[in-house]
Write a new protein. Structure first.
Lengths: 288, 288
C-alpha cells in the first residue's frame, strides 16, 4: 500500500512516500511558504506517485472535532497566512485521496506506538521540547483529543528558586513553554542556543521544569511510557537529570513498576527524528 | 436487574441496592472499621437482596491492572488495616456475584456520565475537593487508567504570592491537596473547617489553586465537561471565583465553545451527593 505523509511545521514541511509497515521510500523537506505556494509544491511532489491515502501531522491549533464545520482547519495560529486555513479540505481536493489529520506531536506519539519500539504499550505520551513545547497522548492506538487537542506545553510552572527569568510566553509568562523552550532560554541567557554550553546553569532550571511538568503529566494521565523529543533533549545531561529530579519530586508517592525503572520509562524516541513523519504514515492508514 | 453498589471511603462505606437505570431502592451508611468487620456488615446488608452484580468505587491507591497478581487490592494506604487487602477478591467470595472496582472518584465521574445530566459528553472530568483531592476521567463511557489510576490531587502548585502556608502533604508539601484540601486549610488557619467563614482570605488562595489545577487538567486532558464536588466546593463563593480566575489564567490561549461558556463547562455534580454511589451502580453494569 503506497501512502503519503506530511509533517507540517512552522518553518518546514517534510513530505514523504512510504507504506503500511512504516517504511519510507522517498522524503524531501521544503520551507513553509504561504498556503498556495506550499500546496503547489505538495501537489508536484506527490504527482504520479500513486498514493492511496495521506496522513498529516500539522502545527496548530487545529479544529479536530469532526462535528464542526471547520474540521481540519488550522485556526488561530500567529503564522497569519495559515490562520483559518482549510488544510484538510485543500489536501483532499489537491491530491484526490482520503486524508487524516492530527497535531504534529500527536502524530509523533502515534508514530512511536505504531512503528517504533513501543508497540505493546497501552498508552504513550510524547513530549517535544524544542522551539515550542507540546504533547500528544495515545490510548490503545488512538490519539486522545477532548474538546480540543492537548496544549500540554502551557501548564504553569512554579519558579525554580534561583531562576529570575519572567518567562517568554505571551499568554502565560511562566508556563512550561515560556520557561523551558529553546527560545525561552535564548531570552533568559541573551545567547544564541548554539552558543549556550551544556553545563550552563540555565539547564539546571530547565531540567527542573521538565521534571515538574512530567510529574503533572504522570499524576493526571498515568502514561505507561513517556518519550521525550525535540532540540532541548539533545543536550546530553538532560535525561539523567530529569529522571533524578522527577524521582525526588514524586518522593515515592506513586508506586509502579514503571517508576521503579525510570531509565526505560522516560526515554528517547525509538524512531529518532522520524517519529513525526512515520506518525503521518500511521495517520494515512486511518484515513477514510 | 438488581445491582449492588458500594462507595468505600476512609471514614464510611455507603452500601446501596439499585438497578440498571441508576435508581436506588435502599441505601445505608456504615463507619469504616477493619476489613473483617466491614466485610461482615456488607454481607449482612446484601444478604437475601438477590443482587446480580456489584460495583465498588473505593479509596486507594488500588491495583487496577488486570494483568497483575494483586488486581483489585488496596495497596499502600496509610489506613494500615486495609493496606495490601484484596477487597475485590473478598467481595466476590463474600457475595458470590461478579464485581467491578475502580477508585471512588473515577466512579463518581462514571456516575455523572452514565446517570447524570452529562450523558452526551465525549469526555468528563470529575474532581473532588474535600478531605482529600482526587480526579477521575471518563472517555467514551470508559474510565481512563494508565499505568495506575490518576492521582490528580498531587500536582504541584505555584504558591499564591500572599500565601505563606508551606503545605500539608507529607509527600509533596505544596501540591494541590497539600494547599487546597479541607485539612490543609485547617492547618493553614489553625481553625476547624466549620469555624472558617466563607469570606476568609484563605479561600482566595484556595480558589486560585483550584483554578490553576483546572488549567493544567484542561491543557493536558482537554475534557469536554468538568464537574467539581467535595466539601470545599460547598462554599458558595467558590464556583464564580474559580471561573473568573481560570479565565484570567488561560488568557484566551485556548479557544473552544466550552471555554466561552464556563458556567456550563465547570459545574456542580448533577447527581448531588450521589455521583459516587450511582457510579458504583454503573460499575456493577460492567462487572464480569
Amino acid at each position: 500500500m503506497i501512502l503519503g505523509a506530511i509533517e507540517a511545521g512552522g518553518t518546514k514541511f517534510v513530505l514523504a512516500v512510504g507504506n503500511e509497515k512504516g517504511e519510507i521510500t522517498e522524503k524531501i523537506s521544503i520551507p513553509t511558504r504561504n498556503p498556495e505556494e506550499t500546496m503547489k509544491e505538495i501537489h508536484d511532489f506527490f504527482k504520479g506517485k500513486n498514493i492511496e491515502a495521506l496522513g498529516i501531522g500539522c502545527f496548530g491549533p487545529l479544529e479536530l472535532n469532526k462535528d464542526k464545520e471547520k474540521y481540519g482547519f488550522i485556526t488561530s495560529t500567529p503564522k497569519l497566512a495559515w490562520a483559518d486555513y482549510d488544510i484538510l479540505g485543500n489536501l483532499r481536493k489537491n491530491l484526490g485521496v482520503p486524508v487524516e489529520i492530527s497535531t504534529d506531536v500527536s502524530g509523533a506519539a502515534l508514530g512511536e506506538i505504531t512503528f517504533g519500539d513501543y508497540k505493546d504499550e497501552h498508552t504513550l505520551l510524547y513530549i517535544t521540547i524544542g522551539t515550542g513545547i507540546g504533547g500528544g497522548y495515545v490510548i490503545d492506538g488512538k490519539i486522545h483529543n477532548g474538546m480540543l487537542h492537548p496544549e500540554m506545553g502551557h501548564i504553569l510552572m512554579s519558579r525554580h528558586p534561583e531562576d529570575t527569568f519572567e518567562g517568554s510566553c505571551p499568554y502565560h509568562g511562566n508556563c512550561f513553554e515560556g520557561m523551558a523552550s529553546g527560545p525561552a532560554n535564548e531570552k533568559r541567557t541573551g545567547m544564541k542556543g548554539t552558543e549556550i554550553p551544556d553545563d550552563h546553569k540555565s539547564f539546571d532550571y530547565i531540567a527542573s521544569y521538565i521534571a515538574e511538568a512530567l510529574m503533572s503529566y504522570i499524576l493526571v494521565l498515568s502514561p505507561t511510557k513517556i518519550v521525550l523529543g525535540g532540540g532541548v533533549m539533545g543536550r546530553t545531561r538532560m535525561f539523567p537529570e530529569i529522571r533524578r529530579i522527577l524521582s525526588e519530586k514524586l518522593n515515592g508517592y506513586v508506586k509502579t513498576d514503571q517508576l521503579g525503572d525510570l531509565l526505560h520509562y522516560i526515554t528517547e524516541p525509538s524512531l529518532g527524528t522520524e517519529s513525526g513523519i512515520k506518525g503521518a504514515l500511521a495517520l494515512a492508514l486511518m484515513a477514510e
